[in-house]
Design a protein around this ligand. Sequence first.
Ligand code: UTP
Length: 482
Amino acid sequence: MGPVASPPPDELLPPAAVACTAAPEALEQRYHEAYQRLAAHGQLQVLRGWDALEPAGRSRLLADLESIDLDAVARAWSAAGAHGSAEEVSPVREVVDLPSARDPQARAEGERALRDGRVAALLVAGGQGTRLGYDGPKGAYPLGPVSGRSLFAMHAERLVALGRRFGPTPPLYVMTSPDNDAATRTLFAAHDSFGLPADRVRIFAQGVLPALDGEGRLLLAAPDRLVLAANGNGGLFAAMEQQGVFAHMRQLGSDVISYFHVDNALAASCDPRFIGHHLLAESEFSCKSIRRSNPGEAVGCFASRGGRLCIVEYTEIPRRLANARDDAGELVFSHGNPGLFVWSRGFAERQAARRDFPVHRAHKRIAHVDSTGRPVSPTAPNGYKLETFALDALPTAARAIVVLCARAQEFAPLKQATGVDSPQSARALLCALHRGWIERAGGVVAAQARVEIGPLYALDAAELASRLPRGFRAETDTYLGA
Ligand code: UTP
């Protein structure tokens, strides 16, 4: 951590002089250890209010301190932003354009992997959903346009349907954050794992990272609490290792991981054709891409840096590059990231062992308490939140591919309460896709009617065509569920 002035010695008691009343020896030992670690990193300011804390508060503060790796925070602070400049990137050239001549072979390969039980679904659902502002895990959002089904139900039903078609149900691993872990577990329990066999679902929580002030110092949310936040979806690799997810996958024989975001209502997890392309290419990290709709769209851009494939997050791409157009008027960085990946398990396990996983800093307004314990509610950014992105694993893959997909079939994001990427826009995308399936199968949908097709009725247009009753007409809102 950068040069951080420790509080003057007279403001702090040395470890030996601390008197604790509750379980005094254990608390004293913990204080001693925390003190040493904080002193080594110039972070003793967080102990300024120690004397005034009750034993329970002292224990709480120590627990927060014990939950973070100060070495990692120091590394993150000094290296944040140093993992390659977004200015040094060029557009990606090699892309598998779907449909491709290799599709039949790829589909057969992917289906075989599903039949052999090699595929696991990894759903990241630890985000805070700040932009949506929904009270509860985003996965609980009732997005089904007609059914009112939650996002969790939609994602789980797809896996149930895949299990019915191919044999073993792909196991579902759900990453939560400390903020929404309990609520997510409660939901899955209340809904009988949304139809999935309970032993095929594992919920695990990602870790946290502390927020820092402008000089890299830890901030307090209260005299007995650090300001901590979920460590970004890149926290999944370490969490998977620490919480036995990889071990569980090894036990089940799953060596292909299908990664997707909870807030994409059209996320086709464990897609056989995509998995097949991944396997045929002997790829470690395969990515679906979609054409970016406009220069300001909130999706990352596929690019190449130093000859390696990478994704530059939309928050970090310079405007000049995001806006660049070629002679034909097309966006130069035209490939956007919908967050649909397939990884080999060995690759993901290697990420967990990395000590240099990139950490990004976001300059934000961070409410905290000052050294006297007084609350501070800044009106301008006053510090940094630290976050990791799973997509940052991409450049280290020995082999990686990008597969360009039809946007309308893959991407219906739920990010905001209104407008772009809102419940309204996501529902409209879902209905438009399903209307197209029905019409192609010879059915009719009245102009004002909304149609929604659940994966248990049909996973795709071909399955729908095989089972839609002749002369099907939807005059009003219709849900084809099971
Ligand atoms: P986003 O950052 O786009 O969405 O995460 P968010 O965090 O839910 O919402 P905002 O940004 O606060 O408005 C993309 C995916 O990564 C997951 C999210 O749950 C979503 O599926 N994610 C994000 C995590 O699992 N953990 C995190 O710490 C952050």
